[in-house]
Design a protein around this ligand. Structure first.
Ligand code: PLP
Length: 375
């Protein structure tokens, strides 16, 4: 058994989803559990989110959707990132809704429906300005017409129309209202056909928390269900009433006294100033401790923070703990909710110039997840 672990507080996920559900008003909550539940574990995260009041689950990949179904989770689920060579029929057969961005995707869905002998549920996606997935406005009327024809033919059931925001984490950014208006225009194109999709959805975590005009019928929070703020302009975790669900822990593997002027780790990017104790933590970039934290990150040992000294390696990194009485076997908290002196995932992200999403999602496969609050 590894001495390191990512401890996942399932009560926190339940409470965060419940808080988001309150913010969402009458809109339903689709909990986004892609990418192994942002590193927290797909299935436990999905179950806790459903317990907390989510009525939908959202994933990117076909295999993520199939994993939910194989585990017996039958909540309504949307999968939105299948390519031409994914198995559309397998996902449709598993009763997972599919996002359709383009005519070729509609063709895949119709072929799947023929094979299944029943209509397949789809959500049409429009690009209202993000410039990522979704049909461009000039391609939208043709896609909508083709979907209306496929629905008249009994091949699809268009249950949703949706889009995604570029700047929801900057709540006063002008693109937000521009995207909302583009979404309204796309909905008008749909309204002029025989289609009457009950689910319009646009909001991610940030928009769920602070942009009520984007809530429509369903919101799609991801990072906030894991208790992380989507960004400083949205609010701190505490402002938003969220509880970080992941605590990344380990134990000191070795300590030793070294003289001043001693180089530390690959490339000697750190040198001790005076005689000191170095403490080795048995986690590295293979485990999701980013190499960019070299000399800029910190972790807590026995409730006190120490800076990472020198290069983060594949399996290990070093702390300069001075003359503090730290010994092998002492507890290390790499990041957590921040309530016991440890840094948060957001602190790590800020130190290295990325976002907290990337910190939790990259915790590696070698780190066991330990679940607390299981029902
Ligand atoms: C990942 C994702 C979300 C969730 O975004 P958060 O910022 O984590 O809330 C919602 N919708 C789509 C399309 C996504 O790709």
């Amino acid at each position: 058994m590894s001495v390191s672990a990512a401890r996942i507080n399932l009560d926190a996920i339940r409470a965060n989803v419940s808080a988001l559900d309150s913010r969402a008003g009458t809109a339903q909550v689709m909990a986004v559990v892609k990418a192994d539940g942002y590193g927290h574990g797909t299935l436990p995260a999905a179950r806790a989110a459903l317990d907390g009041g989510a009525t939908w689950l959202g994933v990117a990949m076909a295999d993520e959707a199939l994993e939910l179904r194989a585990a017996g989770i039958d909540a309504p689920t949307l999968a939105w990132l299948l390519g031409p060579n994914d198995d559309w029929a397998a996902v449709a057969r598993a009763d997972v809704d599919l996002s359709v961005n383009a005519g070729w995707a509609l063709d895949r869905v119709v072929a799947a429906a023929r094979g299944l002998g029943r209509p397949v549920r789809i959500h049409l996606k429009v690009d209202t300005g993000l410039g990522r997935a979704g049909a461009q406005p000039h391609d939208w009327p043709a896609l909508v017409d083709a979907a209306a024809k496929a629905q008249a033919d009994g091949m699809v059931d268009v249950v949703g129309v949706w889009s995604h925001l570029a700047y929801a984490d900057s709540p006063s950014h002008p693109t937000i209202e521009a995207q909302r208006l583009a979404f309204e225009a796309a909905l008008e194109v749909v309204a002029a056909t025989d289609l009457d999709p009950p689910l319009r959805h646009l909001a991610n975590s940030a928009a769920t928390l602070v942009l009520p005009a984007t809530h429509y019928d369903l919101v799609r929070p991801g990072v906030a269900i894991y208790g992380l703020s989507p960004g400083p302009d949205v609010g701190t975790t505490a402002d938003l009433g969220l509880i970080p669900a992941m605590t990344f822990t380990s134990q000191i593997a070795l300590t030793k006294r070294v003289p001043g002027g001693h180089g530390v780790s690959y490339g000697h990017r750190y040198t001790t100033e005076e005689e000191t104790t170095l403490a080795l933590v048995p986690l590295g970039y293979a485990d999701g401790v980013p190499r960019h934290l070299t000399n800029v990150g910190a972790v807590a040992v026995n409730g006190r923070r120490y800076p990472i000294a020198g290069s983060v390696c594949m399996d290990q990194f070093v702390l300069d703990v001075g003359d503090d009485p730290i010994t092998a076997g002492d507890d290390v908290v790499l990041f957590g909710p921040g309530t016991s002196g440890e840094p948060t995932a957001t602190d790590w992200a800020d130190a290295m110039g990325t976002i907290n999403y990337e910190i939790v999602t990259r915790v590696g496969a070698r780190v066991p997840r330990i679940y607390e609050g299981e029902r």
